[in-house]
Design a protein around this ligand. Sequence first.
Ligand code: AMP
Length: 275
Amino acid sequence: MNILRNIEEIRDFRASQLRSPLGFVPTMGNLHEGHLSLVRLAGRENRTVVVSVYVNPTQFNDPEDLASYPRTWEKDRMLLESLEVDSVFLPTDEVMYPKGYSITINPGAVAARWEGEHRPGHFEGVCSVVSKLLDIVQPDVAYFGEKDYQQLQVIRAMVGDLNLPVTIRCGPTIRETDGLALSSRNSLLSPDERARAPRLKQALDRLRAAIGADQDAAAALSEERSTLAAAGFQVDYLALVDGASLEPLTAPEEGARLLVAASIGVVRLIDNCAL
Ligand code: AMP
């Protein structure tokens, strides 16, 4: 497995070793089965797989969140080697944001609500780094998880609006057996918080059943917000939305999605499901 730390090394790899198509999986490391499922999907659909491991500072709106983000490169390297990844792009901040760097990408309408509202600047950072990574790696196909559903839609919009020459593919959310969506932040939960965390998915499941059975969506959403608050969650949002525009819906429609973000203690979790 090649470990490529700067842009010239990626360009050399592309020039000398590339077998098309190239599948690319951007990550922030601390790899878990959610990431690995995307890497395997990329491996099945491409002849070359590149994974990036980079904790992008510009998408963190909270300095403490950035400081506490788990970094586990040696373990990540072993996992990626076991999956026969061809190359890992492992840049430093200096490689990604050299002195004088100033251009950023406005993430547009899909980013306005939900995560965009609660994490100002987050999607500007995501779009800027993903656009740079796509330009550096130049993949045929790039892979993102449905776990970060709004991120996936924002990236699809960016790729469409800016005519970026890449296909975006998504993989399903991988969960623990109790339903908690795998996330690098789960390791920051205390045992008591970890025991309560699956209630997020349980709220989504109850809502899907209630709204599917034609119960009033607003009333069902309000009830589940209260249930989560009573279980000690601080709920940022729990919403029924259009699956493409992410505009809120008052009643279910084709492709609708449920989105949730809530904190237990200092750990903020997000989840979503199709209706
Ligand atoms: P991250 O390292 O958190 O930036 O995630 C890298 C990629 O893995 C993103 O496309 C995420 O959506 C995806 N991902 C994270 N968690 C999961 C999960 N539980 N299931 C599927 N994909 C995931």
